[in-house]
Design a protein around this ligand. Structure first.
Ligand SMILES: *Cc1c(COP(=O)(O)O)cnc(C)c1O
Length: 457
């Protein structure tokens, strides 16, 4: 079965690990719109951002022109614990589908935190350490980012304070306890520790919290404690930059065997794995060296690209973070409590939003029951148990492969498999018991949230 002169898995050596991250903004004609200061509604200055974020990360955030950033040696050393990750040819899936398409995927779940988020967590922890900080604060929803950051902070001996969305804190004890194994302190959000948390608790007694609210608490904690900064696991340019290690590694493996993907697919929450996956390929497209189709896959319950509006919006409920121009459903939008927690964010990275607006990337939304059906099909033939978030990409990769079966086209399809599903068995249980529902917001619900977008200019 493993014919075609391509191995089942393509492994790179340690020496072949990318030594630089690639900043696709350098090759974009239309740059992402600048972040705005929530107080003045003017483009934010680096000094203001530095009270919230680490200095080096602020530089990366605002740099639209430098194409490559060296990956510091200590980060490369850490990467070697779980990278390079092999590029896998999904021969078994192809056979099962009976498709002439060639399918490849890159699995990012082979580390204890279980997802790609560790690629940026270790970078952010490193820069915080180099700045001489005592610790960092953050929010986590389903817990993947908090776990990754806890691992990264323990490696560099930094204090790690995580605000975990309250309903996840109660429903996901395993994630919570893994964070504690790595020495993080975990607080259910909204808490009574911060002014914004107390206010939200007063306004919405008994609320299970939200990501936007946990962000506001983490930012307040960071800015009110000496020697702390806030770090974020997605959405920002700096996070996409760190995640380009995924795309660069994939590209290096493909170049070894002359593989050229026609379609590149990734799930999109805040956009970090997708941005990191497609960046080197998008760079080629932007420079006119090659052409690819890129597809962002989002949940039907939180369709920021496919049904949102391209506008300036707040990144958090408390409106303490800078504003970002992005495809958004409105920062007041409350997505249904679906089973892909990592994709429940009201907005999308400004970089990906710009690429999408320039028609350089496509987007589709999918139903969660279809996603779980695709996840199981994949697990049964390929062996790996995928995270619900990752399975959004599987679903669309399968759809595209089945289209090839109809037309007889031998396209090459490549998708990012962002994480493991070991911590999501409650969701799989709902799927097995037939009690999982699909949910799409109504036009009225989206319009209501969009009506509250901040007025800019
Ligand atoms: C967080 C997460 C995502 C979505 O985040 P992006 O920033 O959009 O990449 C996807 N998959 C997994 C497994 C995650 O943990």
């Amino acid at each position: 079965m493993f014919n075609d002169n391509v191995p089942y898995k393509i492994y790179l050596s340690e020496e072949e690990l990318p030594k630089q991250w690639y900043n696709v903004r350098a090759d974009m004609k239309n740059k992402p719109a600048p972040l705005l200061d929530p107080e003045t509604m003017k483009p934010i200055r680096a000094e203001r951002l530095s009270s919230v974020f680490c200095e080096e990360l602020v530089k990366q955030e605002l740099d639209d022109t430098t194409p490559y950033f060296d990956i510091p040696e200590p980060i490369l050393d850490f990467y070697k614990m779980y990278r390079p990750a092999p590029l896998t040819r999904a021969y078994f899936l192809e056979k099962k589908l009976g498709t002439p398409a060639k399918i490849y995927y890159k699995f990012e779940g082979n580390n204890t935190s279980g997802s790609h988020k560790l690629n940026s967590a270790i970078a952010q922890a490193y820069y915080a350490k180099m700045q001489g900080l005592r610790g960092v604060t953050t929010e986590t929803g389903a817990g993947q980012w908090g776990t990754a950051l806890a691992m990264a902070c323990s490696y560099f001996d930094l204090d790690c304070k995580v605000y975990m969305v309250k309903c996840s804190y109660e429903q996901k004890p395993f994630r919570r306890e893994v964070m504690k194994v790595y020495g993080a302190s975990v607080t259910p959000s909204p808490s009574m520790e911060t002014a914004v948390g107390r206010k939200i608790n007063e306004q919405f007694p008994g609320t299970g919290g939200s990501l936007g609210c946990a962000i506001s608490e983490a930012v307040e904690a960071a800015t009110s404690m000496e020697g702390y900064r806030y770090v974020l696991g997605s959405v920002l340019n700096q996070v996409l930059l760190h995640q380009t290690v995924i795309g660069l590694e994939s590209k290096a493996a493909m170049d070894k065997y002359g593989i050229k993907p026609d379609i590149i697919i990734g799930c999109a929450g805040g956009g970090s794995n997708l941005g990191g996956l497609i960046s080197p390929f998008m760079g080629e497209k932007l420079r006119g060296e090659a052409d690819y189709r890129f597809i962002a896959v989002e949940p039907e319950s939180c369709p920021s690209l496919t049904r949102g509006k391209y506008a300036y919006d707040y990144c958090d409920t408390g409106a303490v973070c800078p504003l970002q121009k992005m495809y958004t459903l409105g920062s007041g939008f409350m997505p249904a409590a679906t089973h892909a927690g990592g994709l429940r964010y009201h907005g999308m990275s400004s970089l990906l939003s710009q690429l999408y607006d320039d028609k350089l990337m496509e987007a589709v939304s999918v139903k969660q029951t279809e996603v779980f059906a695709a996840a199981e099909l994949f697990a049964r033939v390929e062996g790996t148990l995928p995270a619900p978030e990752s399975s959004h990409a599987i679903k669309v990769a399968i759809d595209e492969a089945l289209k090839c079966k109809e037309t007889g086209e031998e396209k090459t399809i490549f998708f990012g498999l962002t994480g493991t599903g070991y911590f999501d068995m409650m969701s799989y249980e709902k799927f097995h018991n037939g009690v999982m529902k699909d949910y799409a917001p109504t036009d009225a619900e989206i319009a209501e949230a969009l009506a509250k977008l901040p007025k800019v200019e």
